[in-house]
Design a binder for this molecule. Structure first.
Ligand code: ZN
Length: 310
């Protein structure tokens, strides 16, 4: 099992209510992508299965979890290539939860990507949440709380999971099976925004090198070399996650925007903000309008460059 980094407060709340015998039957762990919510859910499940309620790793229950054969734990998430979680999957969850535990006296389900349940699936789950079976615990993981119906949210114990601190992000990046190389860790931290998952692609040195050259090219945007930018885009736009391309632009432009704000240069500030907004919209617009990513990025970058030149 992956070691949990961060999220101590949620874990503490969980183990305290478990020890007090007052554990809620449905926990909803929500927060941004890539911060370890699934690992948190696995850790909480391990506390439930553990004989000493501590995920000790040594008792019979923990050992069964580690080898992946615990009969009382069921995991469900979005299947790759599928758009949503459907009613049959949720019925499977409810059927599992309604049985009594074979080993631990509990039945535990980790439901990932909860926001991807379709309407029917959510309705089916709602009925299960209203009439929980004794000993059943549902651990839901969700990266977009707004997409979950309020009726479901209101029946769960909501737990917000915070982005990780830099030291924690560093720890996760270093302990991954393929760690991010030490030379790229600072770059990763400048891009992560508290989410190690967002920068785990820097394990690939090609991606990391591409990002470093993008950072250099765009560091001083007002005098950036358009030919070189165009060349970079044509080679790398498919290789590097779009969100990270944009994040480096934001990192480069933020101090200049701050300066324009301080100097009360209204016109400059407006045009920089608008150009930056266009850059931020770019990843989504590529997907929504099936734009060609390269030319669309170039045009946003040129807009930004022009705004900064004024
Ligand atoms: Zn144990």
């Amino acid at each position: 099992m992956k070691p949990l980094v961060g999220h101590e407060i949620v874990q503490q709340r969980f183990t305290e209510s478990l020890a007090a015998g007052s554990l809620h039957h449905a926990w909803l762990l929500y927060g941004m992508k890539g911060i370890g919510k699934h690992t948190l859910a696995e850790t909480l499940a391990a506390c439930l299965m553990c004989e000493s309620q501590s995920a000790c790793g040594a008792c019979h229950g923990c050992k069964m979890l580690i080898v992946g054969s615990h009969p009382d734990l069921f995991r469900l998430g979005l299947i790759e290539g599928k758009r949503d979680l459907n009613i049959e999957q949720v019925r499977g969850v409810l059927a599992f939860l309604s049985l009594s535990g074979a080993e631990s006296g509990r039945r535990v389900v980790i439901l990932d990507d909860a926001e991807r349940m379709n309407g029917q699936a959510a309705n089916a789950l709602l009925k299960g949440l209203e009439e929980p079976t004794a000993g059943s615990v549902l651990l839901m993981v969700c990266s977009d709380l707004e997409r979950l119906p309020a009726t479901i949210r209101s029946r769960c114990m909501l737990q917000q999971c915070s982005p990780l601190h830099d030291a924690e992000v560093r720890e996760v990046l270093e302990q991954q099976e393929t760690p991010v190389k030490a030379t790229y860790v600072d770059l990763a931290l400048s891009l992560a925004g508290g989410s190690p998952g967002a920068v785990s692609c820097l394990q690939d040195a090609k991606v990391a090198e591409a990002l470093l050259s993008w950072r250099d090219l765009t560091a001083d945007m007002s005098s950036a070399d358009v030919g070189k930018i165009q060349a970079w885009i044509s080679v790398n736009v498919k290789l590097v996650p779009h969100a990270l391309i944009v994040q480096l632009l934001v990192n480069a432009v933020s101090p200049m925007l701050q300066k324009a704000c301080n100097e009360d240069a209204y016109v400059g500030r407006e045009s920089i903000q608008q150009a930056l907004q266009a850059c931020l919209r770019w990843p989504g617009e590529v997907v929504r309008h099936s734009l060609r990513a390269g030319p669309a990025l170039l045009s946003s970058v040129l807009q930004l460059r022009a705004a900064l030149k004024k």
